[in-house]
Design a protein around this ligand. Structure first.
Ligand code: NAP
Length: 326
């Protein structure tokens, strides 16, 4: 017989761990289900300097602290538990299926996270940490490249915003875009192009250019570039490579259960993080509109767990409009 919980949280990254902490402190019978180990994507970041309260900490250290704090208040975490399907059985029961086990919950918080889209080129995995030169987060890692030369890749909002941020730290920033037109919003494009035309600017743009390999011995020393129009190739010296080519939400197992956007993000109301399925909340990078930051993910987790009380008190709260005097 499947064990029944007040709340099951899927994913023990920062959003799920924060949700677990808040749910445990409210003395709900709760369980966090984690496919691998607690921490998620941030575990691979070696230096975090933008999480309030910690001047400098590694992702692993921080999420280990989060995990201990959640457990200290009675939160339960089951690792190696990959959720494969969810089913709404009745107004008060949601069935959560893992490979071997099944669970029942009155409410679920979905926090499976997302992962950076990778280029899949030689050298990318080898140098995948800011210490050796490949990063996917300018906001997090730009200060480590103060006075250095970096290459950024991408043409969307994230690429342009993060590249402008990199320009505040690096001595030289070269943005590569595979086409000759950006995908980012026009306002951002205008700001970006203006920056690239300033006298003595540290921003250079190479259009119609792709990276085919990241090269170096112990750390990044250069990037192999190819112009897709001329097929000309060159080895371009740099100290770091920032890859901003989009995110992939880890929501494949939710298809057909909750409403997703075309690119797989979970739809929700931003104020209360309710999905289209009553009793199912969402938190963190997997939701539509997420800011994709550690601080915002933990904020989401806390918010979703705080909303459990509203739903448990009166299930008709689910249908009240967002911002409607709750
Ligand atoms: P995105 O909009 O999907 O842009 C990804 C960029 O990477 C595109 O320019 C794409 O090139 C390029 N790209 C993809 N695969 C590539 C590859 N293999 N090699 C080289 N380039 C590759 O992703 P995003 O910028 O991360 O944004 C994600 C979502 O968040 C978007 O909806 C965006 O609007 C939103 N966002 C909004 C804000 C904001 O409003 N302030 C900030 C950040 C993000 P092509 O253009 O050629 O396809």
């Amino acid at each position: 017989m499947a064990e029944r919980y007040d709340c099951i949280i899927i994913g023990a990254g920062p959003a799920g761990l924060a949700a677990g902490l808040y749910a445990a402190r409210d003395r709900f019978k709760m369980l966090l289900l984690e496919k691998f180990v607690p921490g998620g994507q941030i575990n691979s970041t070696d230096r975090i300097e933008n999480y309030p309260g910690f001047e400098r900490i590694s992702g692993y250290e921080l999420t280990e602290k989060m995990q201990k704090q959640t457990v200290a208040f009675g939160g339960a975490i089951k690792t190696g538990a990959e959720v494969t399907a969810l089913k709404k059985l009745s107004s008060s029961d949601i069935e959560i299926s893992c490979d071997k086990d099944k669970y029942l919950a009155r409410a679920v918080i979905l926090a499976p996270g997302s992962d950076y889209r990778k280029l899949g080129i030689p050298g990318e995995d080898k140098f995948r940490n800011a210490g050796t030169g490949v990063s996917y987060c300018g906001t997090c890692d730009a200060p480590f490249f103060k006075g250095k030369s970096v290459v950024a890749i991408g043409g969307g909002n994230t690429a342009l915003e993060e590249t402008l941020h990199l320009c505040k730290f690096a001595a030289k920033v070269t943005l590569l875009h595979r086409r000759d037109e950006f995908r980012a919003t026009k306002v951002l494009q205008e700001e970006f192009v203006a920056k690239s035309k300033e006298p003595n600017t540290n921003l250079l743009v190479k259009y119609s250019t792709v990276a085919t390999a990241i090269e170096g011995k112990d750390r990044v020393e250069s990037v192999r570039l190819k112009n897709v129009k001329t097929n000309n190739e060159e080895s371009y010296p740099c100290d770091g490579v920032f890859i901003f080519v989009g995110m992939i939400p880890s929501t494949g197992f939710l298809k057909g259960f909750v409403e997703l956007t075309d690119d797989g993000f979970i739809k929700c109301d931003f104020a209360h993080l309710r999905t289209n399925v009553p009793g199912v909340f969402v938190a963190g990078d997997c939701r539509v509109g997420a800011a994709m930051q550690l601080a915002t993910a933990t904020g989401d987790g806390a918010n979703a767990a705080m909303m459990l009380k509203n739903y448990f008190r009166d299930s008709s709260w689910w249908n009240q409009p967002a911002g409607g005097g709750l």
